[in-house]
Design a protein around this ligand. Structure first.
Ligand code: FAD
Ligand code: GLY
Length: 346
């Protein structure tokens, strides 16, 4: 049985661990804090390759992963016994200017103002039309994280929490071991799934891009679609909570919410969905997206024969988790690579 050690217990590390374990590998996750509490916890959980305007092979990657979601979630629910808040609610992407309406009027998914109001009542007057993206949707990323952890435990994946990896020790073209706060750890293969913090272990071009978020509570639960506006998105959960995001800030690991960040999100959200003005604020938080050059994740082979990269998922790591886990498992266990994805490193 192949021994695999995964550094990082976010959605990418956990999803990959489960896929590998279900193919017979013996997997350990090393996580310096608690699993699922990095960007995975901070996210909005949108499954939105279309609303996010992915292009080229990254769009293909996102569409394939979105397609995989129903079966992937069913497997997780079976293993964990937990619900993940997966909801094919569709996304409305509002258009706010006459010129954009004109430019998009021939788009097959364009709907005019009155159709937009039929798909979702209570939209703001600033919305002149929209794209209706019925196949985009959402998962409750916090529930997903909990289900992933429970599923991993059900498969006897070893999870070492509170253990920081300080160094990936190398000899020529191989990793020899990890230096960690719990001593040396050794394995046949290693997977680097450290999200925005990847650079602290290897000189890879991953940078943190901060996103501030907040949530409000909607007693009436009238919002039934995700609204993905140009300057904010609004994600209703099935329990009445509404997640509003997100700023995009290039300022390193600067922690905390700011008045300006939250004010900007609230002003924009209220203009596209005015009922938010009267809803109580329930939480504010922030997270760090792992940005990679051209927004393309670093996946597959590294300069070291027994080290695999699984990082840089930037704005779409929740969406990309199922396909990332599958491609890496095919690569590690069966030595297969999918030619559709040129960016997969071999
Ligand atoms: P993380 O979840 O950050 O996990 C990395 C883990 O590695 C962390 O737990 C960390 O503690 C651990 N780690 C790091 N260094 C070490 C070390 N040296 N030793 C041990 N452990 C270590 N994506 C979507 O698909 N849809 C969305 O709607 C969406 N919204 C987002 C909104 C915001 C505000 C943010 C910040 C992100 C959003 N994303 C979204 C992006 C998504 O959250 C990320 O792409 C995804 O979570 C990345 O997963 P990960 O496992 O690589 O990283
Ligand atoms: N995908 C949404 C965000 O990163 O803010």
């Amino acid at each position: 049985m192949t021994d695999i050690l995964i550094i990082g217990g976010g959605v990418i590390g956990l999803a990959t661990a489960i896929a590998l374990s279900q193919k017979g590998a013996n997997v350990t996750i090393v996580e310096r804090g608690n699993c699922g509490k990095g960007a995975t916890w901070a996210a909005a959980g949108m499954l939105a390759p279309e609303a996010e305007k992915l292009e080229g092979s990254l769009l293909e990657f996102g569409l394939r992963s979105r397609e995989m979601y129903p079966k992937w979630i069913a497997n997780l629910m079976r293993l964990s016994g937990q619900d993940c808040g997966y909801w094919c609610c569709g996304i409305i992407a509002p258009v706010l200017s006459e010129s954009d309406c004109l430019a998009l009027s021939q788009h097959p998914k364009y709907i005019n103002k009155s159709q937009s109001h039929q798909y979702q009542s209570g939209l703001g007057e600033s919305i002149l039309g929209s794209l209706w993206l019925p196949e985009d949707g959402q998962v409750n990323n916090r529930k997903l994280a909990q289900a992933l952890i429970a599923a991993a435990r059900s498969l006897s994946i070893k999870i070492l929490e509170g253990v920081t990896v300080y160094e990936i020790a190398r000899d020529r073209d191989r990793v020899t071991h990890l230096e960690t706060s719990a001593g040396r750890l050794q394995s046949d293969h290693y997977i680097l799934a450290t999200g925005a913090w990847t650079r602290s272990l290897l000189p890879l071009p991953i940078n943190p891009i901060k996103g501030q978020m907040l949530s409000v509570f909607d007693r009436d639960r009238k919002l039934q679609r995700v609204i993905y506006a140009p300057s904010c998105y609004i994600v209703p959960r099935q329990d009445g909570s509404i997640v509003i995001g997100a700023t995009v800030e290039d300022r390193g690991f600067a922690e905390g919410n700011t008045a300006a960040g939250i004010a900007q999100l609230l002003n924009n959200a209220i203009s596209v969905y005015p009922a938010i003005a009267d809803m109580p604020i329930t939480e504010t938080w922030w997270g760090f997206r792992p940005h990679a050059p051209s927004e393309v994740p670093l996946l597959g082979a590294s300069d070291y024969k027994n080290l695999i990269l699984a990082t840089g998922h930037y704005r779409n790591g929740i969406l990309f988790a199922p396909i990332t886990a599958k491609l890496l498992t095919d690569f590690i266990v069966d030595g297969k690579t999918d030619p559709s994805f040129q960016f997969l490193k071999r």
